[in-house]
Design a protein around this ligand. Structure first.
Ligand code: SF4
Ligand code: SF4
Length: 268
């Protein structure tokens, strides 16, 4: 177990001073948690003035356990290495669409980069509020769509929101596109002006989604990418990929036996 800092955090720093194991460190938006140091004393929960800290271990509902059992009996994830496998399994689990087990594409540095960023409290930039809604345990999730009041003459609000977010977070953010192909295209065009930690590029739709994902996989950020082939995608599957990464970031060990499960400890 470890602890989770939620969006209520006001960055007052009390928990950092209190932690007897130095498991909490200052990060850009709120404290980062080192699960290898945390001893679950829960002293930080006691001092937080806004109840922003929660124990991170959460009971797994029996339906989720059964769902994973059925999925693992029907879908072969064995070709995916540990870490990537957990991400792909969560994508399949969230959609009940086993085609993601073969259509997913994950770069060699994407999982490690995302886990490291999440542990350090890096911002997680989402292209839509629906994506944010699916990752409630990520306190650093942000969506810039509301900062773009109307569509620019050229391009879309989603694309303009990516540009606005890039101005604030040029380094080390995790970028999550689960809705708009134009957002992913705009992000790709920001190379090399920004330096993402990882990119979850899973937009959906008949116009532009497949092409945007091809460009991501063919481009300079390929090794940082979590994406797939084709039109399928969406907020739910993008959020599922993030949630798999969050679980690995918090739990601290990677799976190694080829199986997947809702309660497996699968981080670094
Ligand atoms: S639970 Fe204890 S050891 Fe863990 S981060 Fe909080 S104060 Fe530190
Ligand atoms: S988690 Fe709570 S105690 Fe820690 S910095 Fe945020 S508001 Fe302060």
């Amino acid at each position: 177990m470890s602890v989770l800092i939620t969006r209520r955090c006001t960055a007052c720093g009390s928990c950092i001073i209190t932690c007897p194991e130095s498991a909490l460190t200052s990060a850009p938006l709120m404290p980062a948690v080192d699960p290898d140091r945390c001893t679950d004393c829960l002293a930080c929960l006691e001092v937080c003035p806004v109840d922003a800290i929660q124990p991170s271990a959460h009971p797994i509902h029996p339906i989720e356990v059964e769902s994973y059992r059925i999925m693992n009996s029907e879908v072969d994830f064995s070709s995916w290495p540990a870490g990537q496998r957990e991400v792909v399994a969560r994508m399949v689990h969230a959609t009940a669409d086993d085609s993601f087990a073969s259509s997913a594409r994950i770069g060699s540095e994407a999982v490690e980069g995302a886990i490291s960023a999440l542990r350090s409290g890096a911002p997680v930039i989402c292209d839509a509020r629906m994506v944010m809604a699916g990752i409630p345990s990520v306190p650093t999730a942000r969506c810039y769509l509301d900062q773009v009041e109307r569509s620019p003459e050229a391009g879309t609000r989603s694309a303009a929101a990516m540009t606005a977010a890039a101005a604030d977070h040029p380094d080390g953010a995790v970028w999550v596109i689960g809705n708009a192909p134009t957002a992913l295209m705009a992000l790709i065009e920001l190379h090399p002006r920004i330096r993402p930690a990882a990119i979850i590029g899973l937009p959906v739709g008949y116009v532009g989604a497949a092409a945007a994902k091809v460009d991501l996989w063919a481009g300079p950020w390929r090794e940082l990418a979590i994406t797939n082939v084709g039109r399928k995608g969406g907020s739910a599957v993008a959020a599922a990929a993030v949630n798999a990464l969050v679980r690995m970031a918090v739990d601290g060990e990677w799976g190694s036996d080829g199986g997947t499960g809702p309660g497996r400890r699968v981080g670094k």
